[in-house]
Design a protein around this ligand. Sequence first.
Ligand code: PGA
Ligand code: ZN
Length: 399
Amino acid sequence: LIEDIVLRKILDSRGNPTVEVEVYTLNGYGRAAAPAGKSTGKHEVKAYPVGGIDKGIEYFKERMDNFIGMDSTQQEDIDAMLHEIDGTDDFSMLGGNIAIAISLAVAKAAANSMGLPFYQYLGGAFANRIPKPVGNVLGGGKHAVGGTTIQEMLSMALSDSAKDNVFANALVHKKVGEKLRERFPNISIGLGDEKAWIAPMDDIEAIEVVVDAVREVGEEYGIEIKPALDFAASSFYKDGKYHYKNKILTPEEQIDFVEDIVKNYGIYLVEDPLDEEDFDGFAELTRRIGHIAYVVGDDIFVTNVERIKIGVDKGAANTVLIKPNQIGTLTDTIRAIRFSKDNGYATMISHRSGETCDTSIVHIGVAFGVEFIKTGAIGGERIAKLNEMIRIEEELKGE
Ligand code: PGA
Ligand code: ZN
């Protein structure tokens, strides 16, 4: 039974405040923190109420009594109570970031009271597969000043070993860095919010660097690695057109462009290649490339079953990005994963560009057989999750 819930402001990886929650039960303890997006989807729940994080914390404290004495193992009841005290359909009173941190901290306290690792508490006997890591190595968009228009260019190592995959993606990151140093000997090269490189190149030049690095590391280490892209296209879609650094494309031209680069460069996964409202465009693109690439919906689906359902009905995308704080509770997150899987869609669980060292997404990914996990290639708040995957793999193998 829940005895106390403590909320506090802590730093995220951008140096902004985020919320951390501690839950104390009779014989358990759990702690979780919320991440923060920057290229957020329009249909995500509200991260914080009007008035910001302090207002949300205050709002919860005034209603915390509702949770005291509740059973921490009854996750659906906890999450229903979060919705009830908020009273809106987008967490605009409590804030979805506060809701998700409470929801996860309660679940972790329940796991702790049973003496179980979090992934095992959530997934039981079926929690035995580590998602394949997808790591951002070069990019721009809203995550970096002066980078590419496409937000993220990523490395996907696909071996059966989580450890090898994690190291392979980090090696691709390193290799991209070497290539940039050679190419721009007199310019200082930086890192974006997710610790991917930033360099003054157009998108095609950058894709070529990443594709080469992926191929070279793959050959060197004898491991299958594929390149991937997150366009985050809503962030450069204005007045009906896609605005790149060096060109402007109509929606039809954007679909052709994505199809071409997928085919020419062997891109294995494309996320948000079109605007977040363009279900029909997503469906058309999926018809063209869905048999050779994962077409992932992030801002279009926002981890929301209602929106995923529209996608399923139209054949838009074939993969759903899962970000727990886009929807605000663990229960809603698990519903989105299950609904996607039941309808034949793959899933990829994801960090946000602003992160803490919280590792919940790894545990959720392992618990529910999520295929991929996007959580960077390097950087403290990213390696917290990557290293957790290595630990869990060791634990699963040792059993
Ligand atoms: P965000 O973006 O975390 O900055 O919203 C990440 C993504 O688009 O996948
Ligand atoms: Zn995205």
